[in-house]
Every structure is written in structure tokens, then in C-alpha cells.
Design a protein around this ligand. Structure first.
Ligand SMILES: Cc1cc2nc3c(=O)[nH]c(=O)nc-3n(C[C@H](O)[C@H](O)[C@H](O)COP(=O)(O)OP(=O)(O)OC[C@H]3O[C@@H](n4cnc5c(N)ncnc54)[C@H](O)[C@@H]3O)c2cc1C
Ligand code: SF4
Ligand code: SF4
Length: 816
């Protein structure tokens, strides 16, 4: 029997969850086809704010990767917008003309962000905050700095504001109402939130009504109703969402505020279901995932033949995902004659708790600063428990019921089995305990995989761990991350993101904030942190010599007999008679035992004694030569061929381009060594196709290649693209280098970095996104202003003198 065809329009969080339930219920009931206007797989939209703030990456928030779709035989059309439903023939058609027939159809088109139709709303630089494209556009805009204006002081607006601030922009929030997040917070909590955000340097303006957005092509500012003009380089509108129901409406389905469904999530056409923010059920539309996941469960049950499930409204708590701001709000907190409330304020601690009661039952709770009792209040709100007996101690929280304070695990132990632990996914304590027992789970990752608890916004992770610790005792394994080294459980990616996101500017600060387990770090993490700080805070962070390996500290490579090798820079592999004479004089004067021409087209003086280093460098400096940085995790050489100046095959002046590239790049620190080459034609005499970055000149311009390796690992380069001029070549290569510098892990060569990030993504970003490229280039040029100083000359002038003085003769001193 052939399978039924299930077509889904939209691939957001609701249908993703629907499919999981459906496959659980019947793994081979349907042939599934999904059309998604966004060109990607299903990701956790909730977590866009941590992506914006730099605390997570897109890869971290993918819910279903390509392998998942393949494993379930799902045909996923990415970047495919459905424009028509033919209900008579049961087909859907996309804007590019792809038609697919269905037996059952699910509409999960989500919402559209509302854009205030004021003058200037369509200028370049005015963005909404809805999907990954918006988030990436904000991140790119933030790279240029300047001021962002966020219109809307609700949940999304404030998360956007905090994220942009963490990305280094000046931020102003314009909010129409007198206090922030007025739909979730009362005025007291709104006030505390406003003060906290102002303390973080965000400019908050309430009762501010936007009149128009100023600018000719690109946004330049915002004018308010009262005539105030605020300059802006970016405007983010976060003023609400509207269910996306056009497709349903055009197909003649019943719509109202959203696509109208019954409690089984069926629309007015029983073969068409609707789930997610686009659906209206029981007269309500929703904008938080917990109810959407309930819709998904009900609809999946119906599709699988279980017609018992019905959607029922439940209050959903709100939490703001701004690191360090704890707020929790649930239910109704409006004043009313039949209501009373209990309030606890601790101005010094910055906490505020308010529980709203009606007939001795909790109908709402607003918590600011101390939110650990949110789940407990919500439990009682949902169960309608009479709180008369605990009224006196209710506001102090669960830990203070029945006597003195309890330990946190006792609080978890006291929760009933049907207490909801994960609000986003509707997972109860009993469900977690059961799955641990049934499946023998011992780690958080396993519990997440089996129940989804803490897998969405993650704010309940502590509670889930508490339930696990209680159930498993000593068997509970805390999550193990692959740490950078034994001093931390955090990986390189996390540490890099946190350095930026939390504005950490010194090694002790990183170790303190990210809870290093050793006081000083070790030889693995210190050089990595030193590099990350150098790369992220040019001009502010001062290089820590003690966090460098010996070769980088001494500015020469130590050889196996304890002497050093000295390699002066020869830009583009070119030299002169004067330079050669000076090198020959140094060889004679200091009796240098070996002189060798290197693979990178320069001259290596081998066997120099440590105490000779400074005089040798001085003589070379005097002849105009600087360090070749043959020891550096940074630019080493730019190898060139003779190019069109001498070679009959040469298409461009490859030698001059190599010199210019080396002049632009020398001194730059990178995650690992960086070797370049420029060949004058595809005969490739400079071996460009196995370098970290290679240029092959062609008649039409310059091919830029990268990701080659010719050491222990051998690999040819991948082409990034072709540009027309030498100037562009330098700009694109610097932008590529800067992207590598900003996102590479310490000691990760460029080919490994590109494998991790994806060549297509890198190519697209550097070749096609002019704003991003410009940002990288400008940051590269800026950071070069601090490092293009010859370390030899500095040492000759006396810097780090202790490194070069002979060690004290301890035996002699001791004898005296
Ligand atoms: C920044 C941000 C933070 C958030 N934080 C929270 C939070 O903390 N807690 C919480 O509970 N919720 C939060 N939300 C809300 C939550 O993410 C949404 O409620 C949820 O993702 C909606 O899921 P959905 O499946 O209904 O729609 P969506 O996830 O919006 O997916 C709809 C998809 O359908 C596609 N589509 C639309 N029309 C068509 C068409 N005609 N053809 C093909 N495809 C189409 C769209 O491109 C989109 O990919 C947040 C949202 C944002 C943007
Ligand atoms: S790469 Fe081409 S231009 Fe350069 S030396 Fe070789 S043949 Fe000549
Ligand atoms: S190839 Fe090996 S032996 Fe030769 S210089 Fe490099 S590391 Fe040393």
C-alpha cells in the first residue's frame, strides 16, 4: 500500500516538533515533503538572541540537520515559498512553479514581523528581528560600530538591544509605553529592568513615539513625535508580529486573527491542519513555543489516527534571555478590586517578587532578580491550589515552606510529579524521572535527547540537573565539554565567543569569569587566550610575553643544539646587493656556521648563539632589514615567481603583488602560521595551490585560493573567487585573513578552519557580501597599525632585556 502524502508549508519550530511526534507514533505512515521559504533546516529561533550577542553560533542552534531529514526520507525544499493551494486538486505550488500533491497538508507559516509604516521604514539599514538573516544582518552592521536604535521595548526588542550592545554598538531603545515589557511586567519590575539595562549602557527612552526614519538611501536617524532627532546607523523594529495567514486566506480557509482551527488543529478544511504562530485556536493566537508545541503534539496525534488529543489554553511564563538579567512573569498581574497581592522588595539586592492572588489562588507572578521560585508559583497557578495556609511565607519561596531554608535539591524533591520543569517543551518532573529509569540515562545530553527538557531556551537546565541529581545520586554525570585544556571544560569556540560577548580584556579576567580551575592556566590555554585577546582587542590588550612559546618570546627559532636561526624578511622573496652584503658581513662577523636559502625564498642564518642575537639583529636592522617572523603564529612568507616582468608566460606582476601583500600582512598574529604565494600564471611556479592563501594570476585578473597544506597533511587549495585588480586582491586577502583571525581556534591552520566553517560559507561571505568584507578589511587594517613594529628593533632598544641576558651563574653566587 502506498504511503499517504503529507505536505508541510513552513519549517519552523512547530512543524519540526510535529514531525518528531508523528515519527514516534508511526515511523512510516507518511511520505513527507516540506517547503520552507527560509533557505535552511529547522533551527531554534528562540536562541537567535544568544547568536546575536555572540554567545552561540548558528550551528549550535540547529534542531534538525540535513542528516535527520535524510534519515526520515523527508524531501525538504529549502528557500521555496508556497504561493498557492489548490484545495480541489489537493496540491500546493511554489513561486517557482514546483507543484506537489497532498493527502494531508499542514500550514505552519509562522508570523511576519510588524513594520511601522512610517516614512523611511524601507530605507537600507532598517531591519526586523525574526530570522537568521535578520540576525546576521545585525551582526554585520554591528561590525562597523555606530549607533543602533531598537524600536520596541518588549522581549524581542530588549534581546536585540542587549545583543547589539554586546556586539559593541551604542544602543537606544524607543518604547511607546511608560515602562518596558508592560505586557509581561508590572511597573515596578519594568522600572528595575530599565535601570539594569541603563547600567549596562543602553539608552532607554519610554513614551517615545517614532514619527519617521531619516535618511536618503540608508538610515541616518530617527525623528520622534516631539521633534527629537537621534542619529542611527541601524534601526531594528521589534514592535510585534502578525500571523502569516495570506496563503490560507487566498485558499478560502477560514481566517480571523490567524488561521482558524478546531481543538484538533484542523482548519475549516479537515485535510488541512495549521500549527504554530499562524494558527488561531480557541480564539487565541500565540507567540511563545510552549503552546505551539502543544499544537504540534495534538496535530501529530490526529494525523497518526489518535483523535483524543485536544488543544487547551495554558498560561506560559516569559523569561528574558539577556545574560545576567533574571526575570520571570506568568499569568495575570493587572490590578483589580477582587485581587490582592503579596510583594517583597529588596532594593539593595535588586530583587522584586510579586504574587497576585484571587480567592486564595495564584493567578499571576512577577519575579525580578530572584526567579528560582517561578516554576513553583506557576505550578500552583496551573493547579489552582489554595494557598491560604502558606500565605504568610508564600512570597519567600518554596525553600521557606514548613520551616527554615532547605537545600536546593530538597526544593526539587518537593515538586510534585506533574510539576512542569521545562516550560518550552511541557516536560514534567515525572516524565524526566521515568525516562531516566526506563532508559538508564545518566547525562544531561541523554535526557535532552529523549525528552527535549532544557533543549529550547535552556533556562530550566539547572532544574533538570536537579531532578537528575535527585534521581541518580552519585551516578549523575555533569555535562562534559571538550575543554581547551585541563584548566577548563570550555572549548575554544565558547571561550572566543565569551571574550567578545562579556567584553573580557585580560587573561585573569577570562579565567575569573569563565571559572578556570587553575590559578594561572597552563602552556596550552595561556598562549591561546593571549592570541584571542590580541585578536579581539587590538590597541587595548597588551601582548603577554609570558604566554608565548620560547621562539615567539626570543623572536628566533631555537635549533636542536640550543642555538638559534635568524631569518630576515625579504618582501616577496626579493633582495638587493646591499642586503646580501650586510648578511655576508653578519655571517663573517659572528662566525655564523650555516647559511641556507629557505623554501619561503629567504636566507636563514643557522647556529647563532643567544647572546649574539641582539647584535646580529642590530646589524641587520642597520641595513634596513626586519624580522622575518619565521617563528610566528602569523604571517611567515609570501613566495612569488618572477611574473610578467621577466617571464614570457607571466600574465601579471606577481612579484610586486607578493611584495605588496607581504607589506600589508607582515606583523599580523593569526591562530597558526600563515604562508602565502603568488604565481604569475597557472604554471604555478610559486606553488600557490598548496599554500594557506595562494594567488594565481590569469589574464582576467587574480584567482584567490586558500586552504592548502603541504606539511604532514597534504591538500590542494580551494578557489575563493577571481578579482580584477591588485588592490582588490589585497583587500579580499586581508578580509579573509581577518575572518580567520577572528574565528579561528588557536593552532588551527586555515584549511582546518575552513573545513569547520565550510568553504561555501566563507567564499560567499568574502566574495559576495560587500559590507561584511569591508568590515573585515577595516578591522584588519586597524589592528595592523598596532603590530607592524619590528620586534628586533624593539629588543635592540632594550625591550624584554632579561630574555637575552646570560643566566646568572648560580653556583658562583652561592659560593661567595
Ligand atoms: C529573536 C526571537 C526570540 C524569541 N524568544 C522566545 C523565547 O524566549 N521563548 C519563546 O517561547 N518564544 C520565543 N520566540 C518565539 C518563537 O521563536 C516562535 O514562537 C516560534 O519559533 C514560532 O514557530 P512557528 O513554527 O510557528 O513559525 P516560524 O518559526 O516563524 O517558522 C515559519 C517558517 O515558515 C516559513 N514560511 C512562511 N510562509 C511560507 C510559505 N508561504 N512557504 C514556505 N515557507 C513559508 C518561514 O520562512 C519560516 O521559516 C522568539 C522569537 C524570536 C524571533
Ligand atoms: S608561474 Fe607562470 S609567470 Fe610565474 S614564473 Fe612560472 S611560468 Fe612564469
Ligand atoms: S621539514 Fe622537518 S626537519 Fe625539515 S625543517 Fe621542517 S620540521 Fe625541520
Amino acid at each position: 500500500m502506498s504511503k499517504k502524502r503529507l505536505v508541510i508549508v513552513g519549517n519552523g519550530m512547530a512543524p519540526g516538533r510535529l514531525l518528531e511526534h508523528l515519527f514516534e507514533a508511526s515511523s512510516d505512515g507518511f511520505d513527507v515533503t516540506i517547503f520552507n521559504a527560509e533557505p535552511r533546516v529547522n533551527y531554534d529561533r528562540i536562541m537567535l538572541s544568544p547568536v546575536l550577542s555572540g554567545e552561540k553560533t548558528y550551528e549550535d542552534i540547529i534542531i534538525h540537520d540535513d542528516a535527520w531529514y535524510a534519515q526520515h526520507n523527508i524531501t525538504l525544499h529549502k528557500g521555496a515559498k508556497v504561493t498557492q493551494i489548490d484545495r480541489a486538486n489537493k496540491t500546493v505550488t511554489t513561486e517557482t512553479g514546483v507543484t506537489e500533491s497532498y493527502d494531508k497538508l499542514v500550514l505552519a507559516t509562522g508570523s511576519n514581523p510588524f513594520i511601522i509604516p512610517c516614512p523611511g521604514h524601507d530605507l537600507k539599514g532598517v531591519l526586523a528581528y525574526r530570522d537568521l538573516d535578520d540576525t546576521e544582518a545585525m551582526m554585520v552592521a554591528a561590525q562597523k560600530g555606530g549607533r543602533a536604535i531598537v524600536i520596541g521595548g518588549g522581549l524581542l526588542g530588549l534581546e536585540a538591544a542587549a545583543g547589539l550592545k554586546m556586539q559593541g554598538m551604542d544602543v537606544t531603545v524607543l518604547h511607546l509605553m511608560p515602562t518596558l515589557m508592560e505586557r509581561q511586567l508590572d511597573t515596578s519590575a519594568g522600572y528595575l529592568l530599565e535601570k539594569e539595562l541603563e547600567r549596562r549602557g543602553i539608552d532607554i527612552r519610554c513614551e517615545a513615539n517614532t514619527k519617521q526614519i531619516l535618511g536618503t538611501e540608508t538610515v541616518e536617524g530617527v525623528e520622534l513625535d516631539d521633534g527629537t532627532v537621534i542619529h542611527a546607523d541601524l534601526v531594528v523594529m521589534a514592535v510585534g508580529i502578525r500571523p502569516n495567514m495570506q496563503l490560507a486566506q487566498d485558499a478560502g480557509l477560514e481566517v480571523n486573527r490567524g488561521i482558524v482551527t478546531n481543538a484538533a488543529m484542523q482548519t475549516s478544511d479537515p485535510d488541512i491542519y495549521s500549527v504554530g504562530e499562524c494558527a488561531e485556536v480557541g480564539g487565541m493566537v500565540y507567540g511563545l513555543v510552549a503552546p505551539l508545541y502543544q499544537m504540534a503534539r495534538v496535530a501529530a496525534g490526529h494525523l497518526a489516527g489518535n483523535t483524543d488529543g485536544a488543544f487547551a489554553h495554558q498560561e506560559t511564563p516569559t523569561k528574558l534571555k539577556v545574560t545576567g538579567v533574571d526575570l520571570y512573569s506568568v499569568g495575570d498581574f493587572a490590578e483589580g478590586a477582587d485581587r490582592d497581592d503579596i510583594v517583597l522588595r529588596d532594593a539593595k539586592a535588586g530583587t522584586y517578587k510579586r504574587v497576585i492572588l484571587q480567592d486564595n489562588k495564584i493567578i499571576g507572578a512577577v519575579l525580578y532578580g530572584a526567579t528560582e521560585d517561578g516554576a513553583w508559583y506557576n505550578e500552583m497557578l496551573k493547579s489552582g491550589e489554595d494557598i491560604a495556609e502558606m500565605r504568610d511565607t508564600l512570597i519567600f519561596g518554596q525553600a521557606h515552606q514548613g520551616g527554615g531554608a532547605m537545600d536546593p535539591l530538597a526544593a526539587v524533591a518537593n515538586l510534585a510529579d506533574d510539576a512542569e520543569i521545562c516550560g518550552c517543551n511541557g516536560i514534567t518532573k515525572g516524565q524526566i524521572v521515568k525516562v531516566i529509569g526506563d532508559k538508564g540515562l545518566t547525562s544531561l545530553a541523554e535526557v535532552r535527547a529523549h525528552t527535549k527538557a532544557s533543549a529550547s531556551c535552556g533556562t530550566c537546565t539547572g532544574l533538570v540537573e536537579g531532578v537528575m541529581a535527585l534521581t541518580l545520586g552519585d551516578e549523575f554525570k555533569l555535562p562534559e565539554a571538550e575543554g581547551m585544556c585541563g584548566c577548563t571544560t570550555h572549548g575554544h569556540g565558547y571561550v572566543r565567543r565569551m571574550i567578545k560577548a562579556k567584553g573580557l580584556k585580560s587573561i585573569p579576567q577570562v579565567m575569573q569569569e569563565l571559572e578556570w580551575s587553575t590559578p594561572e592556566g597552563c602552556a596550552k590555554c595561556r598562549p591561546a587566550l593571549n592570541y584571542y585577546l590580541l585578536s579581539d582587542w587590538p590597541g587595548e590588550y597588551v601582548d603577554d610575553q609570558q604566554s608565548r612559546f620560547i621562539n615567539e618570546r626570543i623572536h628566533a627559532n631555537i635549533q636542536k643544539d640550543g642555538t638559534y636561526s635568524v631569518v630576515p624578511r625579504m618582501f616577496g622573496g626579493m633582495t638587493t646587493a646591499d642586503e646580501l652584503r650586510a648578511i655576508a658581513d653578519v655571517v663573517d662577523k659572528y662566525d655564523v656556521p650555516s647559511v641556507k636559502v629557505t623554501g619561503g625564498q629567504r636566507i636563514d642564518l643557522l647556529g647563532v648563539k643567544k647572546e649574539q642575537l641582539i647584535p646580529v639583529w642590530k646589524d641587520l636592522n642597520d641595513a634596513g632589514m626586519v624580522s622575518g617572523a619565521a617563528y610566528a603564529k602569523g604571517l611567515r612568507t609570501v613566495k612569488t615567481c618572477v611574473g610578467k616582468q621577466w617571464c614570457r608566460f607571466g600574465t601579471q606582476d606577481s612579484t610586486q603583488l607578493g611584495i605588496d601583500l607581504e607589506r600589508a600582512l607582515w606583523g599580523s598574529w593569526a591562530p597558526a602560521k600563515l604562508k602565502l604565494a603568488v604565481s604569475g600564471c597557472p604554471r604555478n611556479c610559486a606553488e600557490s595551490t598548496c599554500k594557506d592563501i595562494g594567488i594565481v594570476c590569469v589574464d582576467s585578473g587574480f584567482e584567490i585560493l586558500y586552504g592548502g597544506a603541504a606539511g604532514l597533511h597534504i591538500q590542494g587549495t580551494t578557489k575563493m573567487g577571481t578579482v580584477a585588480t591588485e588592490k582588490e586582491t589585497i583587500e579580499y586577502v586581508c578580509a579573509l585573513t581577518q575572518y580567520y583571525r577572528e574565528t579561528g581556534f588557536y593552532l588551527e591552520r586555515i584549511y582546518k578552519w575552513a573545513d569547520r566553517l565550510g568553504y561555501d560559507h566563507i567564499n560567499d561571505l568574502i566574495m559576495n557580501d560587500a559590507d561584511a568584507r569591508q568590515g573585515f578589511y577595516e578591522r584588519f587594517v586597524y589592528s595592523q597599525t598596532f603590530v607592524q613594529i619590528d620586534p628586533w628593533a624593539e629588543r635592540v632598544a632594550g625591550a624584554e632585556a632579561h630574555e637575552f641576558a646570560p643566566m646568572a651563574n648560580i653556583k658562583l653566587e652561592a659560593a661567595e
